[in-house]
Write a protein that binds this ligand. Structure first.
Ligand SMILES: [Zn+2]
Length: 295
């Protein structure tokens, strides 16, 4: 009898301990705001089946500049143990979110990264596309590792191992990009979305013009003639469209200026392979080599 009482006490102690510090029977729920954060978190979580990762915006949404939370997002976030965000103004819905879920731990992955100021008159103060410099991506992965280890300490060793392996891969990618970009013949580019300043800064490129059009916005004749002047003044550098944005404006501009059109991927959509970020960046490198070494 005495033994049974002791056993019950031990079991109760274990149960209480687990409720307080371990992942519950349903597992831990981690939500990442959008695609690149999801890929980074996936690499840190690795094969820990008790931690479920979901992406708030789908892997086809793209950037979150105008993203509005939907009912399904609120349900996901109500069950989340951690919400991983890019920060730097990417998640414009944060204020609404903090009011609805004041206790939800939010992890800002861009914290500590030196942000690039947006031009005067922009909607947000800073450019949010920090992840396109792989050394920034490594900082973001470290934040994810620390947050996951703090919330789920029983898996800290695994997170540490996975993160250091991934950070090693990201730094290798950074070295390769530095080596390859050092020999580009040309350095000027024109883009159609303000996504590449961090990449350009890291690898010595000059974004001479950014032609910001909404995905459904056409180019007016007046806008086209202004852009033609701008691109000609810049010496007709290559134009870089993105898979997420239509290239009609680029085609019109190329027809007028003779600039060539290429495609760069800001890695905001894609599949969920753990090496998706690296694959997209290597593809970008191959395109830049072709575009910036052309006569
Ligand atoms: Zn963007």
């Amino acid at each position: 009898m005495k033994k049974k009482g002791y056993l019950a006490l031990v079991l109760c102690f274990i149960l209480c301990f687990c409720l307080g510090t371990c992942v519950s029977a349903e597992g831990g729920q981690v939500v990442a705001s959008f695609y690149p954060i999801c890929i980074f978190a996936q690499n840190v979580i690795g094969d820990v089946p008790e931690i479920r990762l979901s992406c708030l915006a789908s892997n086809q949404t793209g950037c979150l500049h105008d993203y509005q939370l939907v009912a399904g997002d609120m349900i996901s976030l109500s069950k989340a143990d951690l919400f991983l965000i890019n920060g730097a103004g990417m998640e414009s819905f944060l204020e609404t979110l903090s009011q609805s879920f004041p206790d939800l731990p939010i992890v800002t992955c861009s914290e500590g990264i030196e942000l690039i100021q947006n031009p005067v008159g922009s909607e947000t103060e800073y450019n949010a596309h920090v992840w396109l410099d792989p050394s920034n991506a490594a900082v973001m992965v470290a934040h994810i590792r620390d947050a996951l280890s703090g919330r789920f300490p029983e898996y800290a060793e695994t997170f540490e191992r996975n993160a250091s392996e991934y950070i090693h891969r990201l730094m290798k990618l950074d070295t390769l990009l530095k080596e390859e970009s050092a020999s580009f013949v040309h350095r000027d580019i024109v883009t159609f979305h303000e996504a590449f300043p961090y990449f350009a800064k890291a690898y010595g490129l000059n974004v001479v013009a950014v032609i910001s059009l909404e995905p459904d916005e056409g180019i007016s004749p007046r806008m086209l003639s202004e852009l033609v002047v701008k691109v000609r003044e810049a010496g007709c550098p290559p134009l870089f469209t993105e898979p997420q944005y239509p290239s009609d404006a680029a085609a019109a501009l190329a027809a007028e200026t003779g600039s060539r059109i290429y495609e760069l991927d800001p890695v905001v959509t894609g599949d969920f392979d753990p090496d998706s970020y690296e694959k997209s960046m290597l593809k970008n490198l191959a395109i830049l080599k072709e575009a910036l070494n052309a006569e």
